[in-house]
Design a protein around this ligand. Structure first.
Ligand code: AOF
Ligand code: ZN
Length: 341
């Protein structure tokens, strides 16, 4: 590994501290290097807050060294006036000599323009260093920007004999306590969590984060005919909830009804989520909703727990065999992480 990659890896490592805190912005890290030594580090810490570059620059003790230094930034420095001034301008202003960039920004406000500002000012620029690593780290941001929809994670638990629930929709205790804790961690990492009508009705899930520290996702339920009982946990005031239907629009406490056209499709929901800048969703069932996403090939990742039990009969788990990527054992329950990529 060359020095460009080594310092870029550090920038990517720093960026990671922003996970779950910066969405819909990407996670970005920045390292300032003088004569082969790191003299400053920073990352984008919180949505709306300073970007990685100003944080790294302000961490440098001896400011005189900055004009003889190289900045390693995991994402192309921004060129736009957003919540903060353009980072490309800041780097130029501080007299940075060289900028090494991980991935080019896919945000139409920035894409390529940051590099242009730097080059026009005579700064040496090297781009695409560990780009695929940066894109993988920010898969939600890049999917959102390039596909105009949120990053979609399908999640379910199934029995050894491929059932997702019993015939009466009871799906309790397929996976163990450790896998449930992991699910709560995952919930803190995504913007939203979606379930279908049957799951809302029969499971009455809270869809919040109890077994991990972090923020609650926005809850989303598909309830075409508004048949769901308003006393369901899903509709309590504790957390924002979007209720997609074809009857009414409105707002009350933390609950929003969103009326879509008669016979609306998943793609209509995704379009609305894109407008709302929701960058990632976990689909937590049920089978019908999961199958819909699979049929439409509208998913990026699937996380499947396979418990030890057998139900013998019930509701079939979705079938996406043949594209298994990773298998992990979680205290006896097997977790398969499956991705079509
Ligand atoms: C950078 N460094 O650390 C980040 C960047 O709303 P704002 O002002 O925070 O701008 C958000 C956009 O800026 C975001 O969509 C992405 O294009 C870029 N993020 N750029 O130079 C950073 N987080
Ligand atoms: Zn910026």
């Amino acid at each position: 590994m060359g020095k460009e990659e080594r310092f870029m890896l550090r920038a990517i490592e720093l960026a990671e501290f922003g996970r779950g805190k910066v969405s819909p912005n990407p996670m970005v890290g920045c390292v300032i290097v003088h004569n082969g030594q790191i003299i400053g580090e920073g990352y984008h810490e919180i949505y709306g807050g300073p970007h990685a570059e100003p944080n790294a620059i302000s961490s440098v003790k001896n400011k005189d060294l900055i004009s003889e230094s190289t900045a390693y930034v995991s994402l192309e420095p921004c060129a736009h006036w957003g919540k903060t001034p353009p980072c490309a301008d800041l780097l130029v202003e501080k007299g940075i000599k060289k900028v090494v960039i991980g991935a080019v920004d896919s945000n139409p406000l920035v894409g390529g323009k940051g590099i242009e500002i730097l080059k026009n000012a005579g700064v040496e620029v090297i781009a695409h260093i560990l780009e695929s690593k940066v894109r993988a780290q920010n898969s939600r941001f890049f999917t959102f920007m390039e596909k105009n929809r949120p990053y979609i994670i399908l999640k379910w638990a199934q029995t050894q004999d491929n059932f997702i629930a019993r015939e009466n929709y009871d799906s309790k205790w397929i996976s163990n306590v450790y896998s449930r804790q992991l699910v709560h961690k995952w919930r803190t990492q995504e913007d939203a969590i979606m379930v279908g009508t049957q799951t809302a009705k029969y499971d009455n899930p809270k869809l919040n984060v109890r077994d991990w520290i972090g923020k609650n996702p926005i809850r989303i339920v598909v309830d075409r005919e508004l048949i769901l009982d308003s006393n369901l946990h899903l509709f309590d005031k504790s957390q924002a909830t979007l209720r997609y239907n074809q009857i009414k629009s409105g707002n009350q406490n933390n609950l929003e009804w969103i009326k879509l056209r008669e016979g609306f499709e998943i793609s209509d929901i995704l379009e609305d989520l894109h407008v709302r800048k929701i960058q990632s969703i976990i689909i937590e069932g049920g089978a019908q909703l999961l199958n819909k996403f699979i049929q439409l090939e509208l998913w990026d990742e699937a996380r499947v727990f396979i418990g030890k039990k057998k139900f013998g009969a019930g509701i079939q788990a979705p079938n996406i065999n043949g594209i298994i990527k990773e298998e992990i054992d979680i205290q006896g329950d097997l977790l398969r992480l499956i991705s079509p990529h």
